[in-house]
Design a protein around this ligand. Structure first.
Ligand SMILES: [Mg+2]
Length: 295
């Protein structure tokens, strides 16, 4: 078991909030009006703002006709969406996002423990939190640890916590507060990013595996190798970097030395996770490839 806590957002990641809200012609029309206004007045950056931040932007009396018009479009859109989501049963009856089940299973498989749900409440909506809680109990019993309904998600950020969320307004503060975060765009992309992140974290000395069993043992192994620590990487790049002529857009990584494709042979498995020292004894290269010989 890895001592990493994963926090998974609900709306847009596990629950199809937008699918339900925009299953309605009027809300589709008002959203299009709001987006058209943002485009018209060159204010598209507001699209990624939280509703609280948009409200702050339009707070007070607006004298500029463009801002006045935008504020009107936003208020009409926002009020309508809230009226839709305020109806009892809205959050209780949301559809599951595709692969919602797979995502929670993946989190458990990668860390050896259940993930937590971390979802923001909808302002002034009394049904939101209890209905979300019931929804999770119905669909995901036994598949998550804690259910947390809180706007300040960054409270749970630390060097061993990961937030999976579809909004940058939550992932960015989480990272700024010292945590790790994955911006959810699809299950496949999240799966790829999460595996990569947990592999990186599990090589970190701060994260421990309490099961004495390599956490990635049962996955398909594409290669086995020796991963260089930061000091070795920096040293290699410092000494041999000046001899590299890199094409535009390329950067030196000096990440690992492949031992074999696929998993290590059974008689070498006891070497997994061990620290080794390599001595560079020779260097060779041409205009396409550079390599060092080690022993
Ligand atoms: Mg969300």
């Amino acid at each position: 078991m890895l001592d990493i806590e994963i926090y998974v957002d609900a709306d847009g990641v596990l629950a199809n909030f937008e699918g339900r809200v925009f299953d309605d012609l009027q809300s589709q029309k008002l959203r299009a009006d709001w987006f058209d206004g943002l485009k018209l007045y060159d204010m598209l950056h507001l699209k990624s703002f939280s509703s609280d931040d948009v409200k702050k932007t339009f707070a007070g009396q607006q004298t500029d006709p463009k801002m006045k018009d935008l504020k009107k479009r936003w208020n009409t859109y926002f009020d309508y969406i809230h009226r839709v989501a305020d109806k009892p049963g809205f959050f209780r009856n949301l559809d599951l996002m595709p692969n919602a089940q797979d995502l929670l299973n993946l989190c458990s498989k990668l860390t050896g423990k259940l993930p937590n749900i971390l979802t923001a409440p909808m302002s002034n909506n009394v049904h939101c939190e209890p209905e979300k809680k019931e929804w999770f109990e119905e669909h995901f019993t036994g598949q998550y640890n804690r259910f947390i309904c809180l706007k300040e998600k960054a409270q749970y950020a630390n060097s061993k916590s990961i937030l999976i969320d579809d909004r940058e307004r939550y992932t960015k503060p989480f990272i700024a507060a010292g945590g790790h975060a994955i911006l959810y765009k699809s299950f496949e992309q999240t799966k790829k990013d999460l595996i990569k992140l947990i592999e990186e974290l599990s090589q970190n000395k701060n994260v421990t595996n309490t099961s004495n069993k390599p956490i990635f043992e049962n996955r398909n192994v594409s290669y086995s190798g020796i991963v260089l620590d930061e000091r070795s990487r920096n040293k290699l790049i410092e000494v041999f970097g000046p001899t590299w002529e890199l094409h535009d857009g390329f950067e030196p990584l000096a990440h690992h030395m492949t031992i074999c494709m696929g998993p290590l042979p059974t008689d070498k498995k006891d070497l997994l996770g061990k620290k080794v020292e390599l001595e560079v004894v020779a260097f060779a290269g041409d205009d396409k490839v550079k390599a060092v010989e080690v022993r």
